[in-house]
Design a protein around this ligand. Structure first.
Ligand code: GLU
Length: 305
């Protein structure tokens, strides 16, 4: 048991729930149940252009059909804009953020001979010292300057992932000052997720490993806002035969809601859970077996019991 445990599943309604998102939903639900905690669902419909009408309702109905019941009514990010605005105002007052007038092309041009991380451009900090007459397009969060000689390099964010083990990322050399309010007026995922996890008193974040790379940014933002850092657990992502993460873009199929048990058993297998005994025939039997298996797999240390 964990007094005060609060976990969440935070789907983006860009399409129906698919197998990859079921794995994340199941893992976060199991962790909450194994801790005797509270499990929430938060619809991350903040990215207007990517949100598909009806997808959120469809995801919520599918979760219900799969026996993944939230303990409180779902929250919707689109109804929480005032919180994001207040957080940005707090960051402006503390000079943690600055307006940026650069276009993507200008950033790309200035980086022609500099480092690139995957396809993400590392912002060189052009507008840190002022807009130089350009109109403000976006708001960026200042990351700490790199000090590789220091015993405690302020740009290096470390955390222990409960599944993936010790992690670290240098925000200055690997990420750069990142956007919180985009040029198109949309709130960035990083800001919304940190504000909501704090406002909803989330103690444990369980999600797909594709978000491992965002975690250091979120920890830094929590520190800037004076918010606590939850425990993190990132489960392996489900990939298709080409090794791409399953998503609507890579052609993931919607789940068959008439056969929830089959998909849940496959999701438990993906998580490496050993259900022991005969294959469960009902959702209830699956849940009992899977919670026990999760406890054996992830809560085996006496300290976390
Ligand atoms: N909405 C994000 C996604 O579906 C997940 C956010 C999170 O769990 O932190 O990819």
């Amino acid at each position: 048991m964990h007094e005060g445990y609060r976990g969440r599943f935070a789907p983006s309604p860009t399409g129906p729930l698919h197998f990859g998102s079921l794995v994340s939903a199941l893992a976060s639900w199991l962790d909450a149940r194994a801790h005797g905690g509270t499990w929430l669902v938060r619809v991350e419909d903040i990215d207007g252009p990517r949100t598909v009408p009806g997808a959120a309702e469809d995801i919520l109905a599918t979760l219900e059909c799969f026996g993944l019941q939230a303990d409180e009514p779902p929250e919707w990010q689109s109804r929480r804009i005032d919180l994001y605005r207040a957080a940005l105002d707090q960051l402006i007052a503390a000079s943690h953020v600055y307006p940026c007038g650069c276009t993507r092309k200008e950033i790309a041009d200035s980086l022609l001979h500099a480092h690139r991380r995957n396809t993400t451009l590392i912002y060189p900090g052009t507008c840190r010292g002022g807009l130089h007459g350009k109109p403000a397009r976006a708001w960026r969060l200042r990351v700490p300057d790199d000090d590789p000689q220091a015993d405690d390099n302020p740009a290096l964010i470390r955390f222990d992932d409960r599944w993936q083990g010790p992690q670290q990322q240098d925000l200055a050399t690997e990420v750069g000052d990142f956007v919180l309010l985009r040029a198109d007026g949309q709130w960035a995922y990083q800001l919304a997720v940190v504000v909501d996890d704090a406002a909803q008193n989330i103690t444990h974040v369980v999600r797909g490993a594709d978000l491992l790379d965002s975690t250091a940014r979120q920890i830094w933002l929590q520190q800037c806002l004076g918010a606590p850092t939850p425990a993190y657990l990132h489960v392996p992502v489900v990939t298709n035969e080409e090794g791409e993460k399953l998503s609507k873009q890579t052609g993931a199929l919607a789940l068959d809601t008439t056969r929830p048990l089959e998909a849940l058993l496959a999701a438990a297998r993906h998580l490496g859970l050993d259900l022991r005994g005969p294959t469960p025939a009902t959702l209830e039997a699956f849940q009992t077996g899977a919670i026990d298996a999760w406890k054996r797999r992830l809560l085996r240390l006496p300290a976390t019991a």
